[in-house]
Design a protein around this ligand. Structure first.
Ligand code: NAD
Ligand code: ADE
Length: 422
């Protein structure tokens, strides 16, 4: 048996099952597959040591394989304590020879210990989903930042944190905001979070959504996806927002819009997806009816006030996998899914491969661009170059067998002119 790479995973015995699932996801990721072939031939990441802090899923496995095919020496660690698929981690180590340090359900000590292992490799590039690795590097090992050529960030909350670091003058190398590019955010956040959040709710409860009232807190890129998928299953949707434009959009989509103080008494299911903190607080929990279900699809487990829920409860018990019932003093029961962590990754498998194909094609192309051409500035938050975005969309359309029109010469001239009017 060949020597295994450094790892800390739950059970190497799960490797064969993990490999089958990674191959299943691979079929749904044709664009990334194409890039993997290109990377194997061109080796754009030769010489790079990559610390990747991402959800350890079958889709991520195919991204990491692509980076390795491109010549990178990759260490993968979890970007959330609950999102690791242990069979995927096992297959990456045992079947693909890649270094993984991640265990589903790991505590905070293990979570950061694993991040530290990736940083011990002295990365020249970082990939983050939520900014925990970048934050750890800058906070605990500022001397290492000078060694890092550049990084990428996968999610909205990570980009928000990076921009705050940049404003404070604390960000010491360039990080590309992959989240913000249209071929990621318009598809992954909306269609991916929309479907996989509903998937997590249904897997953990087996609830019939038809006829229920679903309260969606936050009508951003993710929230609108969740709302539209829940409506598609027959739920009545209530949206809570703080941004007047987004609240108006929700209203004109035909959803009811109201403050959480009013929504609390109406909802059968509550989904927080704001990227903000303390969205559902003690006073809201007090107003909820018996049996209300609470879950979160925002990056961190701070959107539902878990301390308030625990304080109000007189008892708690697991009622199904990933569902815990809290009994209040007045006898009401509130059900929390996936410990208030990302419900789509904690109670389901995250976004389907077909949508991660685009997000991770963006990631792979950005990494190759950074490695071969060099970042455009020394430090700060950097946009994905528009050429990459268009290439991913073109490749995805081609993989779906969908052709589109091309501007004629006359149309190009017309669009570039100002003298042709009525
Ligand atoms: P976004 O900025 O597009 O939307 C967030 C919305 O929440 C905004 O419209 C904002 O006005 C609203 N909001 C903020 N505070 C609020 C409050 N107190 N009450 C009600 N609404 C409030 O962000 P997004 O791209 O939709 O991402 C949202 C969160 O989901 C982030 O944490 C992001 O990292 C995470 N995310 C999760 C997944 C997943 O797989 N679960 C995928 C992508 C993004
Ligand atoms: N984020 C949301 N879904 C994901 C998935 N399937 N893999 C990796 N990151 C994700």
């Amino acid at each position: 048996m060949p020597e295994l790479p450094p790892h800390d995973i739950a059970d190497l015995g799960l490797a064969a099952r993990g490999r089958t699932r990674i191959e299943w996801a691979e079929h749904g990721m044709p664009v990334l597959g194409l890039l993997r072939e290109r990377f194997a031939a061109e080796r754009p990441l030769e010489g790079q040591t990559v610390a990747a802090c991402l959800h350890v899923t079958t889709e991520t496995a195919n991204l990491v394989r692509t980076l390795a095919a491109g010549g990178a020496d990759v260490t993968l660690v979890a970007s959330n304590p609950l999102s690791t698929q242990d069979d995927t981690a096992a297959a990456l180590v045992g079947e693909y020879g890649l270094s993984v340090h991640a265990v589903r359900g790991e505590d905070a000590e293990a979570y950061y210990r694993h991040i530290d292992v990736a940083l011990d490799r002295r990365p020249t590039m970082t990939m983050d989903d939520g900014c925990d690795l970048v934050n750890r590097l800058h906070g605990e090992r500022p001397g290492q930042a000078a060694r890092v050529l550049a990084g990428t960030e996968e999610t909205t909350t990570g980009v928000i944190r990076l921009r705050a670091m940049e404003r404070a003058g604390a960000l010491r190398y360039p990080v590309v905001a992959v989240n913000d590019t249209p071929s990621k955010r318009l598809f992954d956040n909306r269609f991916g979070t929309g479907q996989s959040t509903i998937d997590g709710i249904i897997r953990s409860t087996n609830l019939l959504l038809a006829g229920r009232t679903v309260v969606v807190a936050g009508f951003g890129f993710c929230g609108r996806g969740v709302a539209s998928r829940a409506r598609g299953l027959g739920a009545e949707i209530v949206v809570t927002e703080v941004d007047p434009i987004r609240a108006l959009e929700a209203r004109m989509e035909g959803y009811r819009v109201m403050p959480m103080a009013d929504a609390a008494a109406h909802g059968d299911v509550f989904v927080t997806v704001t990227g903000n903190t303390s969205i559902i607080r003690g006073e809201h929990l007090e107003a909820m009816h018996d049996g209300a279900i609470l879950c979160n699809a925002g990056h961190f487990d701070v959107e539902i006030d878990l301390a308030a829920l625990e304080k109000l409860a007189v008892s708690r018990r697991g009622v199904r996998p990933d569902a815990e019932e809290f009994r209040m003093a007045d006898g009401r029961r509130l059900v929390l899914l996936a410990q208030g962590r990302l419900v789509n990754l904690g109670a389901a498998e995250g976004h389907p491969a077909a949508v991660m194909d685009m997000s991770f094609a963006d990631q792979a192309l950005v990494m190759a661009w950074l490695s071969t051409e060099g970042p455009p500035r020394a430090a700060g938050v950097v946009d994905v170059p528009p050429g990459i975005d268009a290439e991913v969309a073109r490749l995805k359309l081609a993989s779906m067998g969908t052709a589109i029109d091309v501007l004629t010469e006359e149309q190009e001239t017309y669009l570039g002119s100002y003298d042709l009017g009525t």
